[in-house]
Design a protein around this ligand. Structure first.
Ligand SMILES: [Zn+2]
Length: 253
C-alpha cells in the first residue's frame, strides 16, 4: 500500500527551505507521525491552510522509503477562535507540547486524540485553566501514569491523617507515609477530590466545578510536579504560561 489516509492535528511544522515543511502530526489512526509536505509554504499552494499548526486535517499520505510525504490534504477544522488570542494560543501550544512529550512516534491512542480534539473545541468558551488541568491528568492516565487517589500510594491503606502527594510514589500519601518521600507536596482531601473529578469528568462538565484561586494554584503545582517527574522534562509552554501570567498581573486568574 503506497498511500494511506489519516485524520490528524498538526502538532509541529518546520520550514525546510524550498517551500517544503516537515510536519509532526498527531493522527487518530497512527499516533504521532512525521511527514514531509512539499511546496506548502509557497504562496500559490492550495495546501497551505491545511498544514498550519493547530489545524485538524484529512491527509492522504504517500509512504516513502525513508520519510512519508503528503499527497493530498484538506483542512476540516481551523479553531479560528485562536487567531489573535495569545492566551488561548499559549494554552493550545501547551497541550500540543504535552501530547508531543507523552507519545512515542507511531503509537496510536484514539482516546488521547479525542481528548485533544475535545479540549481544543471547548477552549473556545470554557475555563482554560481547568481544561488544561483535566487534560494533564487524563493524558497522564492514558499514557500509563494514572495517579493513585483512592488509597495511599505507598501503603495502599485508607487516606487518613495529614495527606501528601508524591509524584515519585505515584499519588496521594496517608499521614503515616508522608515521610516515605521527603519531596512529597502538601495535599488535603479537597485537593484529592478535585483531582478525581478532573480525572473522571468529561471536560464539558468542568464548568460545574467551583474551584477557588488557591486551589487552582495547588492543583497546578501538584500536576506539574507529577508530569515533570514522569516525563523528566520541563515544558517550554508551561514556563511560557507562567511568565505570561506573571507579566499580566491578574488578567488570567
Ligand atoms: Zn500510607
Amino acid at each position: 500500500m503506497k498511500l494511506y489516509k489519516t485524520e490528524a492535528l498538526v502538532l509541529r511544522a518546520r520550514d525546510c527551505g524550498g517551500g517544503d515543511k516537515l510536519l509532526i502530526l498527531y493522527s487518530r489512526e497512527f499516533g504521532k507521525i512525521k511527514v514531509m509536505a512539499h511546496g506548502v509554504s509557497k504562496p500559490s499552494s492550495r495546501k497551505r491552510g491545511a498544514v498550519q499548526l493547530f489545524t485538524r486535517t484529512n491527509f492522504l499520505i504517500h509512504r516513502g522509503r525513508n520519510l512519508d510525504s503528503v499527497s493530498q490534504c484538506e483542512g476540516v477544522e481551523m479553531f479560528s477562535y485562536l487567531r489573535g488570542d495569545l492566551e488561548k494560543i499559549s494554552y493550545a501550544s501547551y497541550l500540543f507540547e504535552l501530547v508531543d512529550a507523552f507519545t512515542p512516534e507511531g503509537e496510536a491512542s484514539e482516546p488521547l486524540f479525542l481528548l485533544l480534539l475535545t479540549t481544543l473545541r471547548l477552549m473556545a468558551t470554557e475555563d482554560l485553566e481547568l481544561l488544561a488541568r483535566a487534560f494533564e491528568i487524563k493524558a497522564a492516565g492514558y499514557s500509563g501514569y494514572n495517579p493513585v487517589l483512592e488509597t495511599c500510594a505507598n501503603c495502599q491503606g485508607p487516606l487518613a491523617g495529614r495527606l501528601c502527594f508524591s509524584p515519585s510514589l505515584g499519588g496521594s500519601l496517608c499521614g503515616a507515609c508522608g515521610s516515605a518521600d521527603p519531596e512529597a507536596l502538601p495535599c488535603n482531601r479537597g485537593l484529592v477530590e478535585n483531582l478525581k473529578v478532573l480525572l473522571r469528568w468529561h471536560p464539558s462538565r468542568l464548568r460545574q466545578l467551583k474551584v477557588d484561586r488557591q486551589t487552582r494554584d495547588q492543583l497546578k503545582k501538584l500536576l506539574h510536579e507529577y508530569l515533570i517527574y514522569h516525563l523528566e522534562q520541563e515544558f517550554k509552554s508551561a514556563a511560557f504560561l507562567n511568565r505570561f501570567r506573571a507579566g499580566s498581573a491578574g488578567s488570567y486568574v
